[in-house]
Write a protein that binds this ligand. Structure first.
Ligand SMILES: Nc1ncnc2c1ncn2[C@@H]1O[C@H](COP(=O)(O)OP(=O)(O)O)[C@@H](O)[C@H]1O
Ligand SMILES: [Mg+2]
Length: 246
């Protein structure tokens, strides 16, 4: 479904992603692991279309999307739940969900929003409340709900468990499993290595922008020496993001 070939992302002199290739099959869960600064967010932003890659190719369902706008990618069925959620805190829960539908012209948006409220009863109860009043875990659910309104075939998530309580981390991974059962492919960037490898079929490990390991999730999970070396031994704990340039 998703085929990424030799992707490069460069900011000035920083080569954040160096010739990374990866695939996500139809309905597959794939994880990308790596320590802070490994290039995970840059990779996802290039896949989303927010950052123009300096090299390489992105194909989705056989179509070359490398030069396509973020909106075109969403229309084609690829959506990103960004790092730090990025919900609109000055809007209500429902307005946030409607933002996920802005590219759609069909009349079934109301039905899809209703189905999101069924999936997330917490959000249904708070539909007219300001998104800023939600807990971190609820905000993450809202960010995922907003992505689901675009009816994705592939959902990409950038460290969705970061900063969540153990209860919400548990709920989040259950949700990802449910979405996958509904046929949605998942590209999951995580620092919670254990849970990511538990849910994924395959994984890639990035170090300083380079793909240094690629294997089945099972093989990566048993490869503790290597994963600890590349993940800086932070595999189990969600660490804060470093300060970054705007
Ligand atoms: N907008 C930016 N401008 C310049 N450098 C950036 C920018 N975003 C990220 N970087 C640099 O690119 C590298 C990879 O960062 P990032 O993709 O955020 O990694 P990760 O998500 O794995 O922590 C880091 O060295 C980071 O400082
Ligand atoms: Mg990141």
């Amino acid at each position: 479904m998703l085929e990424v070939e030799n992707l490069d992302v460069t900011y000035g002199r920083t080569r954040a992603v160096k010739s990374v290739s990866l695939t996500v099959g139809e309905g597959e869960i794939v994880t990308v692991l790596g320590a802070n600064g490994a290039g995970k967010t840059s990779l996802l932003r290039a896949l989303q279309g927010a950052v123009r890659p300096s090299g390489g190719r992105i194909r989705f369902n056989g179509r070359d999307l490398t030069a396509q706008s973020p909106a075109a990618r969403v229309r084609d069925g690829m959506v990103l739940v960004p790092e730090g959620r990025q919900i609109f805190v000055s809007m209500t829960v429902e307005e946030n969900l409607l933002m996920g539908a802005y590219l759609r012209k069909d009349a079934s948006v109301d039905r899809d929003i209703a189905s999101i409220y069924e999936r997330f009863p917490n959000l249904a109860e708070r539909r007219y409340a300001s998104a800023s009043s939600l807990s971190g875990g609820e905000q993450q659910m809202l960010a995922i709900g907003r992505a689901l309104v675009s009816r994705p075939r592939l959902i990409m998530l950038d460290e969705p468990s970061l900063g969540l309580s153990p209860l919400f981390v548990e709920r989040l991974f259950t949700l990802l499993g449910d979405l996958n059962k509904d046929g949605i492919g998942i590209l999951l960037v995580e620092q919670n290595t254990t849970m990511a490898l538990d849910i994924a079929a395959r994984g890639y490990v990035l170090e300083l922008g380079t793909n240094v390991l690629e294997d089945t999730a099972e093989a990566l999970a048993s490869n503790t020496a290597l994963t600890e070396a590349y993940l800086g031994g932070h595999g189990e704990t969600a660490t804060e993001e470093p300060a970054r340039l705007a």
